[in-house]
Each structure stands twice: as C-alpha cells, then as structure tokens.
Design a protein around this ligand. Structure first.
Ligand code: ACO
Length: 334
C-alpha cells in the first residue's frame, strides 16, 4: 500500500484554566499598570491554572474535544504527541498520561519540547509520521502551564504569560488537505536569551538556588523581540514559497500570540494588513505552545477560516526556535 499524500486536520479543541487574572489584579500586587501592559503587549487578561489544573488536565480536555469534533473514538488514535515545556512531571512523558486519561488503548506517545514553537513543530513531525505511513490517526496536543515557571514578583515576565491547551487530530487522506509546506528552525546560540536555570540536570534545584529564585524564567525581552520578528518573517516567507503560492493567496495568518507589537512588526515586514492576522492575546496572554492552536481554534469558530482556505501558521519561542507552515483547511469525510 502506498503512503498517504496528506494529513488532514479532522478535529480541534482547546481548554484554559478557570481563573482569569486581569492586568488590574496584577497592578495591585506588583509595580505595574493596566496601561503599561496593554500598550507594551496588547494583553488585558490571562488564565492561570489552579493546583488541580496541571498540564495533563487541560491537555486531556483539549484532546477530548478534538476527538469529539473529528467524530473519532479514542481507539482510532495510534499516536499521541504532547508539545510542552511544562510537563506534569520530569518523567514520564505527559503524552502517556493524556493517552491514559482519554482511554486510548494502544498508541505511541511522546512529548516534544520546542517552547512556543511546539505546535508548529508538532504539526510538522505529526504530518511526517502520517505521510510516511507510520501513523494513520494522530492526536497532537500543545499544552503549557507556563505560569508554573513565572516569578510573580518579576514584572518583566509575569505580566506576559497565561496557561492553556490546544489540540488537533490528524488523519491520513489522499485529498489535498492539511500541511502543504512547513519548516522548523533553531538558533542555538540564543538558548540563554530566555531560560529556567535550576531544576534540570545542569543545575539541580537546591535550597540556595531556590532562594535565588533560579527556578523561574528569565529573558532578554528586547533581543527576543528582534529575533522573533526576523525568525517568523523569514520562515513564513519560506513556507509560502514552498507551498507554491504567494502571500496574497493566504486567507489568514495565525501567529504565535506573544506581543501585539511583534505581530504588527511581522505584518509590516510581510506587507500584509493587520486584518489578515488573527489576534486573541488580549484575553489569553502568551500561552507558549498552546497559543497557535488556541488562536486557530477561535479563528475557525468565528468563521475566519473555512474549508478550502489557506492558513499560514508561524511561531517562535525559547531555544530560540521558530517554524511556519501553510495549511489547507478542510475536513474530508471519514
Ligand atoms: N510594568 C511596568 N514597567 C515595566 C514592566 C511592567 N510589567 N516590565 C518592564 N517594565 C519597565 C522596565 O523595567 C523598563 O524600565 P527602565 O527603562 O526604567 O529600565 C521599561 O519598562 C522598558 O522596558 P523594555 O524592556 O524596554 O520594554 P519593551 O518595550 O521592550 O517591552 C517586552 C518589554 C514586553 C518584554 C518586549 O520586549 C517583548 O515582548 N519582548 C518579547 C518577549 C517574548 O515574547 N518572550 C516570549 C518568548 S516565547 C517563549 O518561548 C515562551
């Protein structure tokens, strides 16, 4: 039997924690203001996980919705990928927990860590598995409780992030659908521009390091800003070229939702109006790997993407990683 030519996106789901934290609430706790956060980032609120809402919980909820929309039973899934940099535990993979929670009887299950680029990386890897014939039905969930890595006393970082999960189901098909092109990249020299130092094998967490708050994320925001714009623009242009189309054929760009000014800079450099970009970071903040699938989910629900449309997904994140892909939206009959 020959390998399928495409991996269609058959179902989609999302989940966010219950609690909403507004800019005003943050301004009551640290030296910041709603005005600063809105004008510098575009964010007005974010969802923050409670103790019972760890990564696998919201990942499972998003995955369940995606399977229901696809009209597929859990038993149909043969591969589960969870893109996350905030797993439930250092070991084993959160994907195995999600598989168990969803009652998926037998499947390959693994986590993929590419920070905020995780969904685009996962879509590229997942499509490769389907197109090679190794997988027929694949559940990809991108989920992060990034606020777990946040120092709530550091105003440089704590205002930027929120928690969430997004999921899609990929299914082998011969109909032209799903990823038409994709590329992923990383600039390893920039791995120290944004990181959590303590808690891994290089610097196991000790009482001293915890007292220095080294278990939390730090970042060089301005430098990341510049790399983000360049990385997303170059990889987006490459994806469009590889898909054999022009930017004018793209119905909607769904970018990583880190900062409205980054998205505006990307739009300007690509020569596209902001109306062609989907933005929902005002309500969620930067949800790391979950940001692109949550934005894609809302774009579809709002009718901004319909069957047959070409959608450009583009992301960047810690690493520094980036990636873009062109998707032909459409749900072929099972
Ligand atoms: N409230 C009030 N003032 C603040 C706050 C805050 N929350 N945060 C910083 N400031 C202050 C700074 O201390 C600084 O004061 P100073 O001039 O007296 O030193 C001033 O505001 C300006 O700071 P800048 O860093 O110049 O502000 P900038 O306009 O660059 O915006 C920001 C900062 C929002 C972080 C921006 O650089 C950015 O978005 N960078 C990209 C970061 C990013 O997207 N990271 C995620 C990567 S994706 C991933 O892998 C998870």
């Amino acid at each position: 039997m020959s390998s399928p030519r495409y991996a269609a996106i058959m179902g989609w789901g999302m989940a966010v924690p219950r609690r909403v934290v507004t800019n005003d609430e943050l301004a009551r706790r640290i030296d910041t203001s709603d005005e600063w956060i809105r004008t510098r980032t575009g964010i007005t609120q974010r969802h923050v996980a409670g103790p019972d809402e760890h990564t696998s919980v919201i990942a499972t909820a998003a995955g369940r919705e995606a399977l229901e929309r696809a009209g597929l039973a859990p038993a149909a899934v043969d591969t589960v990928i969870v893109a996350t940099c905030t797993p439930d535990r250092p070991f084993p993979a959160t994907a195995s927990t999600v598989q168990h929670n969803l009652g998926i009887p037998r499947a390959g299950a693994f986590d993929l860590a590419a920070a905020c680029s995780g969904f685009v990386y996962g879509l590229s890897v997942g499509t490769g598995l389907v197109k090679s014939g190794m997988s027929r039905t694949l559940l990809l969930v991108a989920a992060d409780i990034f606020t777990h890595l946040i120092d709530w006393e550091d105003r440089n970082t704590c205002v930027l992030f929120g928690d969430g999960a997004g999921a899609v189901v990929l299914r082998a098909t011969e109909q032209p659908s799903g990823l038409l092109s994709s590329n992923i990249g990383s600039w390893g020299e920039g791995e120290g521009l944004m990181a959590v130092d303590a808690g891994g094998t290089r610097l196991p967490a000790t009482p001293d390091l915890l007292a220095q708050r080294r278990q939390y994320v730090y970042m060089h925001g301005r430098e990341i800003f510049k790399h983000a714009v360049r990385g997303m623009c170059e990889s987006a242009e490459q994806a469009v070229t590889d898909a054999g189309v022009g930017l004018d054929a793209i119905r909607l760009v769904v970018p990583h939702q880190a900062n409205l000014r980054i998205i505006e800079a990307v739009a300007k450099r690509l020569g596209l109006p902001m109306e062609r970009f989907f933005v929902n970071l005002d309500r969620y903040g930067n949800t790391s790997a979950a940001s692109v699938p949550i934005a894609l989910y809302e774009a579809v629900q709002q009718g901004r993407v319909v069957d047959g449309d070409l959608v450009l997904l583009t992301a960047f994140g810690g690493g520094l990683t980036w990636g873009s892909c062109v998707v032909r939206w459409g749900t072929p009959a099972l």
